[in-house]
Write a protein that binds this ligand. Structure first.
Ligand code: PEP
Length: 253
């Protein structure tokens, strides 16, 4: 019922030329893929080149961040209107690196989510606990709070496109992948919270991705679980072979 979604977060890597070189190698490797939706999230200056190169291919393109206003005196920011005008269709919201280094909060995540939905961008909202929170048994509290503030004031019928990425902060870029059991438990908590807020229909159709040191050799065991509907991949998405292998392994289940 929920189609797998595998998204690449290229963070602050790759120039436009490097992005298109990636695509030249990557497209032939995934040309037979129909099982997963693929989304590439390059850095902002690479969006136009990646959108152009992806035209006519079954690969979507997303931004890694955006402001919630349409325009204004917000130096250095990019608006949802600009992102849709470029041709991107998805946007990451509230990635833990944005929360850690750029003061993003659950409240700004909520504003950005509302803006994304209003502009028909598919929002990929990132949530996840820090290691000390997990060690203190606070994972469920953290996830429940992040989800409830993110969804505050949004009507259930507007949440159709919502995608959540569960990204435990201790697993991002560390090589310390959550076990399938840990990830599945967290995904169940998130789905239950969405059901409590927006109803079981919304919860059942919302895709919840796992992110945090996903590699070709663990993608299969994570993505085969009932509540894991794909992956958000950072480091291992920078290389076309590795990202294509993740897609192949995730979809062979
Ligand atoms: C990410 O950036 O969202 C991420 C999950 O990174 P990595 O795969 O490198 O842990």
């Amino acid at each position: 019922m929920r189609k797998l979604l595998i998204a690449a977060n290229w963070k602050m890597y790759k120039t436009p030329a490097e992005s298109t070189a990636f695509l030249t190698s990557f497209f032939p490797l995934v040309k037979n893929n129909t099982a997963a939706e693929i989304v590439l999230c390059p850095a902002m200056p690479c969006l136009p080149a990646v959108v152009d190169a992806a035209r006519g291919k079954s690969v979507s393109v997303g931004a890694q961040n955006m402001h919630w206003h349409n325009e204004g005196a917000y130096t250095g920011e990019t608006s949802p209107t600009m992102i849709t005008a470029i041709g991107a269709t998805h946007v990451l919201i509230g990635h833990s690196e944005r929360r850690q280094y750029f003061n993003e909060t659950d409240t700004t995540v909520n504003l950005k989510l509302k803006a994304a939905l209003a502009h028909s961008l598919v929002p990929i909202v990132c949530v996840g606990e820090h290691l000390n929170e997990r060690e203190q048994n606070l994972t469920a509290d953290v996830l429940n709070l992040q989800i409830s503030v993110a969804l505050e004031g949004i009507k259930p019928e507007a949440l159709g496109p919502l995608v959540i990425a569960y990204e435990p902060v201790w697993a991002i870029g560390t090589g310390r992948t959550a076990t399938p059991e840990i990830a599945e438990d967290a995904h169940k908590i998130i789905r239950a919270k969405i059901a409590a807020i927006a109803g079981s229909d919304v919860a059942d159709s919302t895709r919840i991705l796992y992110g945090g040191s996903v590699k070709p050799d663990n993608a299969g065991s994570l993505c085969c679980l009932d509540d894991i509907d794909g992956a958000l991949v950072g480091g291992a998405s920078l290389d076309p072979d590795s990202f294509a292998k993740i897609i192949t392994n995730a979809t062979t289940r």
